[in-house]
Design a binder for this molecule. Structure first.
Ligand SMILES: NC(=O)c1ccc[n+]([C@@H]2O[C@H](COP(=O)([O-])OP(=O)(O)OC[C@H]3O[C@@H](n4cnc5c(N)ncnc54)[C@H](O)[C@@H]3O)[C@@H](O)[C@H]2O)c1
Ligand SMILES: [Zn+2]
Length: 363
């Protein structure tokens, strides 16, 4: 599938996105056109380079491992400004200037960091994304959010910088550890729940093909997610309204991550957050109970938690939600499903109701 994100009136160029088994074979030729004579600097997640460079040569993928290629050990632990400086200095050593462009090959951490580096290096140069985790393919490579963490919290330093091109090849997922697959599936389930009932039914009916990482099935769900995210980003690039729908499951999810001291992975927290929001919607008679059971079943298939762990008290999750609310803008925006594929936004839901829901989900 080929998609393009247009951002009219923003003065920013949009992104061309290609999702297919074979996207990598096409990347070089297409990139050359988009580069318009700029010199590309490929920045690889070291782990992905170790797994894929030899294979890439066999497959005749247009990757270079010589001049203009940087490998870096990207991880959430070094998603920091200090690493951006290191990478910028590597670029200087490699001879990069204002006429360069960056190509990020790796997961969401690589994409966020290389995107941010591109936003600030020489006051901004173009960049391209080649995402290699499910999470990066369905979520983080699309939309232009880039950045790094602070000790005080994740993604607190950043910039909007749209990639010129995104090449998504599902074959990269054949080497992804099951844990990373699971985490990415939480975002797939989220997207289907908020925006695409057809995608939802596809995920339900193709669980086995997806578990076997069949490229065709993967390409189908990645396309569905990218299509939805592209529409949302086009309508609201900088998150003033519509983009908030993407936060389904994330309000409670973030509170859970925080209370656990970030021990609970993001996808797990989002799964619990989706269960909480959906159970709340059911308790208000706004969502069919049978579809809550479908959500639970799908999460269970992907081994995503549907109950809060015993060590996590609902009270502390509510406190964390309250603290977030004070910090943001005084109101809690809560995305609730009304049916599979459609949500509404509720501002400041009754926390007593949410407490009951969290208590009912406590392990
Ligand atoms: N920009 C956005 O809109 C956005 C959205 C969601 C998440 N994010 C960010 O994304 C980050 C998480 O991304 P992630 O989950 O991809 O993490 P990640 O980049 O750390 O990748 C996870 C692990 O998988 C490895 N890996 C990557 N591709 C592989 C492959 N094909 N085979 C084997 N191993 C592979 C990596 O080396 C790493 O160890 C977070 O920092 C989060 O803040 C950004
Ligand atoms: Zn998320």
């Amino acid at each position: 599938m080929r998609l393009s994100i247009q951002l009219p009136g923003t003065g920013e160029r949009g992104s061309d996105i290609l999702i297919e088994e074979g996207a990598m074979e096409r990347a070089l030729g297409e990139m050359e056109v988009l580069l318009g004579g700029r010199r590309p600097f490929w920045i690889w997640d070291e782990r992905v380079a170790a797994l894929w460079l030899d294979r890439a040569r066999e497959l005749e993928w247009p990757v270079r491992s010589d001049e203009g290629m940087i490998r870096f050990r990207f991880s959430e632990a070094n998603k920091r400004l200090a690493a951006i400086e290191l990478l910028a200095r590597e670029l200087m050593r490699a001879g990069a200037d204002r006429g360069g462009a960056l190509v990020a090959v790796g997961g969401g951490v690589t994409g966020d960091m290389v995107g941010f580096l591109a936003a600030v290096f020489m006051r901004g140069i173009p960049h391209f994304q080649i995402p290699t985790t499910l999470l990066a393919q369905v979520d983080s490579s699309i939309g232009g959010k880039t950045g790094v963490d602070l000790p005080e919290g994740k993604n607190l330093i950043g910039a909007f910088h749209q990639p010129r091109g995104v090449w998504i090849d599902p074959r990269f997922l054949s080497s992804l550890p099951p844990e990373e697959m699971r985490q990415g599936m939480a975002e797939v389930i989220k997207t289907a729940m908020i925006g695409d009932e057809v995608l939802w039914r596809y995920v339900e009916s193709h669980s086995e093909s997806l578990r076997k990482r069949e490229p065709e099935a993967l390409a189908r769900i990645i396309s569905g997610c990218c299509l939805f995210k592209a529409h949302v980003v086009e309508a609201d690039e900088k998150e003033s309204g519509r983009r908030r729908v993407l936060n389904f499951g994330h309000t409670v999810g973030h509170a859970i991550e925080k209370v656990s001291g970030y021990e609970i992975p993001h996808g797990d927290a989002v799964a619990m957050g989706m269960m909480a929001a959906t159970t709340l919607a059911v308790s208000w008679g706004r969502f069919p109970p049978a579809d809550l059971a479908r959500l639970e079943k799908l999460c269970q298939f992907w081994e995503l938690p549907t109950r809060l762990p015993r060590a996590l008290s609902p009270e502390r999750v509510l406190d964390a939600l309250g603290a977030d609310k004070k910090r943001v803008s005084g109101a809690l925006h809560f995305v609730l499903p009304v049916r599979i594929g459609e949500t509404v936004e509720v501002i400041d839901p009754d926390l007593k109701d949410l407490r009951k829901v969290l208590e009912s989900l406590a392990g």
